[in-house]
Design a protein around this ligand. Structure first.
Ligand code: DGY
Length: 326
């Protein structure tokens, strides 16, 4: 049995695959595969372990022989899951293990934005730290402020816990369904989307990218936020409209923004957001810690091993494939 992996992954996952007797072929070039290269390699394999590669209906049709596709991510918006399901291909993801690291990144961006940290670091490099001015470089304090979580799932919950523990922040959230555990544990209050925008000092996005959430943070959303507020997105860049965000910052509709995800990715190096004092941008590193990437590689490997052994994969995003084959 052979698995093709679209990047080099952490050793822990690769070793697990090899110990299970699976031949591992990794794509070692530091560039994304073309669709043709992906299909060519998958046609010689029984399983695919995919790191961020877009898997569309054409690819799935061409590689319908795959026994399992294991994603090296919790998000699966880059995969045509419906097509995979209709072809009976189980798709696996890596839930849970990256919640803490991703929440840490949101927390880091919130703090860095509130104190203009990334921008001020650049001013030192440019030789602009010459004089102490008590009225310059002023940030915003977070103690006792209100955090609004858009998508209070596993990652949102970790972020809410950090903000409450560190700064005693009050917690509002908006989900399609209520998170009663979080309401009990953290005294988080569910509010309609518009109220979340109007009442929060920091709005942090932790929802999946779906047709309902795509472009959700547009001009009309930013207009409702406080002029002193900070917008944080560590989920998916397509959930905010980048041009609207830029304009909202330029026109003072909101105070600052921290992004680990942009639209498109990578962000172009001359993007005006990168020059703004109250903006902090990271290159999609939410889950990028040694511990978390190792854990993700292990979950993905477990999905591959189960799929190649013909048993139900432990972390399926389309478990219907098993029901329909009963
Ligand atoms: C995820 O797991 O979905 C992260 O955003 C990495 O893509």
């Amino acid at each position: 049995m052979k698995v093709f992996i679209t990047r080099v992954i952490s050793e822990e996952g690769r070793v697990l695959l090899e110990e299970a007797g699976i031949e591992v072929q990794e794509w070692k070039e530091k560039r994304a595969l073309t669709q043709e290269e992906l299909i060519y390699n998958c046609l010689k394999s029984d399983a695919l372990l995919s790191v961020g590669t877009r898997l569309d209906a054409d690819f799935l049709q061409a590689c319908s022989h795959l026994k399992v596709i294991a994603l090296h991510s919790v998000g699966f918006d880059h995969v045509d899951v419906d097509s995979a399901t209709s072809l009976n291909i189980p798709i696996g993801n890596t839930p849970g293990v990256l919640s803490a690291a991703t929440a840490d990144t949101a927390f880091l961006l919130m703090l860095a934005t509130s104190r203009k940290a990334f921008y001020l670091h650049k001013t030192i490099e440019k030789g602009e730290w010459v004089f102490f001015d008590p009225t310059a470089n002023l940030g915003i304090e977070l103690r006792g402020k209100t955090l609004g979580v858009f998508g209070l799932g596993k990652i949102g919950l970790e972020m809410a816990r950090c903000c409450k523990a560190a700064f005693g922040m009050k917690l509002l959230y908006h989900n399609r369904t209520r998170n009663e555990d979080a309401e009990q544990e953290l005294k988080a209050k569910w509010v309609p989307f518009e109220e979340l925008l109007q009442q929060s000092d920091v709005v942090t996005v932790h929802t999946a990218l779906t047709p309902e959430t795509e472009g959700k943070f547009d001009w009309s959303a930013f207009e409702l936020m406080k002029p002193s507020s900070i917008f944080i997105n560590t989920a998916r860049g397509a959930i905010h409209k980048e041009e609207d965000l830029l304009r909202a910052l330029e026109e003072g509709k909101i105070w600052g923004a921290g992004l680990d995800v942009t639209n498109p990715e990578p962000m172009r190096p001359d993007h005006p957001l990168l020059q703004m004092p109250n903006v902090a941008v990271l290159p999609h590193i939410g889950s990028a810690t040694q511990e978390t990437r190792a854990a993700m590689s292990v979950l993905a490997a477990r999905n591959v091993i189960a799929g190649l052994n013909g048993v139900q994969i432990p972390f399926a995003v389309n478990p219907e494939v098993y029901i329909s084959s009963l």
